[in-house]
Design a protein around this ligand. Structure first.
Ligand SMILES: [Fe+2]
Ligand SMILES: [Fe+2]
Length: 279
């Protein structure tokens, strides 16, 4: 939770993030719904209009593998961060994603009761790892704190509210919509299955940057290279179990994946761009 009130001068995305982490009174919720709908509705409607219906789970898996293969080719922003960024530029990117690292996986919980029991178990196995199996030193948020400390960056969530870009806020905010307000939970399952499957490749960029820059507390990234290979399988299990109990709209899985791919890709590119401009 945040003990902060949004300012009138804050961008809609920043306001939405603060409200999403505020006690949910009816007034707060009404403000969230209004701000969120103006952003997410056109985004999801546009994706739905451009997405031909998928036949089944097998087709979803094929589409996902295609997207992951495409992203594995890398990007100019990723190449720059891995091979050329200075320590200051890398710290800039770490700061940009601090609100994500410090709240990691907290916003997945509301999806759990929306799933059938066997799918709940698969998502819970992912969540247990995200929270270090109950061991504070291994929680992904603590690993992020360790990295922030090495880079001389602040440790409190509030310190990052004014230094986070709208593209990153959009990536953070989408999970509150996916888990709490999206009418169909397949959007969340598709988005998280994509995210867990994409990270083992995506985080090789930051892991290479840490090694090149001589940073010793980059376990946040190397841990994900390892653990998300298990999480991607758990999410496939969750989807299989969801289908067995409830049937499956594979098209909505795919829309969820595309939505998240676009938001996280946009946030990453913008973060690297801003880091380069700041230097
Ligand atoms: Fe994680
Ligand atoms: Fe994970």
């Amino acid at each position: 939770m945040l003990n902060v009130t949004p300012k009138p001068t804050d961008s809609p995305h920043k306001r939405l993030f603060i409200l999403n982490r505020t006690l949910q009174t009816s007034t707060v919720l009404a403000r969230i719904e209004e701000t969120e709908a103006a952003w997410i509705d056109p985004l999801v409607t546009g994706l739905a209009q451009r997405t031909a219906p998928l036949a089944d789970r097998a087709e979803w898996k094929l589409r996902l593998d295609g997207l992951l293969a495409l992203e594995r080719g890398g990007s100019p922003a990723g190449d720059y961060l891995a091979e050329k960024a200075t320590r200051e530029q890398f710290a800039h990117v770490v700061r940009e994603f601090a609100l994500d690292g410090l709240t990691e996986a907290q916003n997945f919980f509301p999806a759990v009761p929306r799933l059938p029991m066997r799918a709940q178990m698969a998502v819970m196995r992912v969540l247990i790892d995200e929270f270090g199996c109950g061991n504070l030193q291994q929680t992904h948020s603590q690993l992020y704190l360790d990295l922030l400390a090495e880079l001389g960056l602040p440790q409190e969530l509030e310190s990052f509210l004014d230094t986070t870009g709208d593209e990153t806020y959009a990536f953070l905010n989408v999970f509150y919509w996916l888990t709490l307000r999206a009418t169909h939970v397949e959007y969340f399952l598709g988005a998280l299955a994509y995210l867990e499957a994409s990270i083992p490749d995506a985080f090789t960029v930051q892991a290479r940057a840490c090694a090149r820059l001589g940073l010793t507390r980059g376990k946040y990234y190397t841990e994900h290279l390892h653990i998300d290979t298990f999480h991607m399988r758990e999410m496939q299990t969750a989807i299989k179990e969801y289908e067995a109990s409830c049937g499956l709209d594979a098209t909505k899985l795919w829309i969820g994946a595309q939505l998240l791919s676009r938001l996280i890709g946009g946030a990453f590119d913008a973060a690297v761009e801003r880091a380069r401009e700041a230097a």
